[in-house]
Design a protein around this ligand. Structure first.
Ligand code: SF4
Length: 369
């Protein structure tokens, strides 16, 4: 508890408030005046906060901002959360809805693209608005949040489509809903005989770990099994509080926790950073699942890493990190084409009765049929 308290740093905030997720949400930092309590804002950041916030809101929990370096504008936490003027430059390939989610929406909030899976968009709200968000076309907007009537229509759709085996609760952040509402939604989903599994996609374990409470764990355990996919991008995000709350999810909530990261220039595009992240995740009970190529969302080109670089990074990772800690590097195809794995090519040559491989060190090995 000592370490967790020390993250609080500001002595004027009682620990009881700091560890209350609703207090963190109510006290999110939304402008440069509040921000200056946490970091020394650079002139570029100051300018970008006012110009870019018109396009995509700026907001961050006090908890998440406490992880940022006070002085360094290139700190990986700051890069993820603070607007940059580059966000205003839109490239030819940038899209409003790169994954074409709105085109595969039979009822409000439900994207049904793959036959056996449906994504259920439940909330516009997140604790932190990530500058590379794929859904910035609607996340953070105050109007149009799906309500009870939309939920009933979505549930009816799931009931009428026996080919749907999996529902993914997403958003915005679905853990922004109260425990009571989550209990209701999970109960309804689990009562549909053909639904095999339910996944929750949430960044709250990263940006608001205090959202994971014993009460939430009881709800999740009641609807066992639940798969929770979270979104850590940098080892700085793996704090003692995160470790404590992930432990609760796994032990009290009986939840299987996985992680998907996005490969982001300046944030995590180095072997050392990714290695620390992936090992750090498995150490606290989270399986690295996907490493995503950054989607072609408008205003995010400054984050994009060339795919060749990503493949090379993953080749180095695979050579030096336990397979348990290695995620699959994928690109989600613009236009709704689905995920495609981006494996390194190790097969150098095919001979009459053997294959020649080059390993991650560049050494050649030949094996027979
Ligand atoms: S938490 Fe997820 S949905 Fe919310 S802004 Fe970040 S990436 Fe987008």
């Amino acid at each position: 508890m000592e370490l967790i308290s020390s993250q609080r740093q500001r002595t004027d905030i009682p620990e009881k408030d700091w560890l209350d997720w609703k207090w963190q949400i109510q006290n999110r930092i939304k402008d440069e005046h509040e921000l200056s309590d946490y970091i020394e804002i650079s002139s570029d950041e100051r300018e970008a906060i006012s110009s870019c916030s018109q396009v995509f809101s700026f907001s961050a929990t006090p908890y998440y901002l406490r992880l940022a370096d006070k002085k360094d504008p290139n700190c990986p936490i700051r890069l993820q959360v603070l607007p940059r003027k580059e966000e205003l430059s839109v490239r030819a390939w940038d899209r409003e809805d790169p994954l074409a989610e709105e085109s595969y929406m039979p009822v409000k909030g439900v994207t049904h693209r793959y036959p056996d899976r449906a994504l259920w968009y439940l909330s516009h709200v997140c604790a932190v608005y990530c500058r590379f968000c794929t859904r910035k076309r609607k996340v953070s907007q105050s109007s149009g949040t799906p309500g009870l009537e939309d939920w009933q229509k979505a549930l009816q759709y799931f009931r009428e489509h026996p080919e749907i085996k999996e529902v993914i609760l997403s958003g915005g952040d679905p853990l922004n809903l109260s425990d009571h509402k989550l209990d209701f939604l999970l109960g309804e989903l689990k009562s549909i005989p053909h639904i095999n599994q339910v996944r929750i996609h949430t960044r709250y374990p990263v940006t608001l770990p205090m959202r994971i409470t014993s009460e939430l764990c009881s709800v999740l355990k009641k609807h066992f099994p639940i798969y929770l996919v979270t979104h850590f991008n940098h080892p700085k995000e793996l704090t003692p509080l995160v470790k404590e709350r992930i432990g609760m999810l796994v032990k009290e909530g009986a939840v299987t926790v996985l992680n998907q990261s996005v490969l982001l220039k300046g944030v995590n595009n180095s072997v050392e950073t990714l290695k620390d992240l992936f090992y750090g995740l498995t150490k606290i009970g989270i399986k690295p699942y996907y490493l995503h190529q950054c989607d072609e969302i408008f205003g995010s080109s400054h984050f994009r890493v060339p795919i060749e670089e990503g493949v090379e990074l993953m080749k180095q990772i695979r050579g030096s990190v336990s397979g348990l800690s290695v995620p699959l590097y994928v690109v989600d195809l613009t236009g709704g084409g689905g995920k495609v794995p981006l494996p390194a090519n190790y097969l150098e040559e095919t001979k009459d009765s053997s294959y020649v491989f080059r390993n991650y060190k560049g050494d050649l090995y030949e094996i027979g049929f």
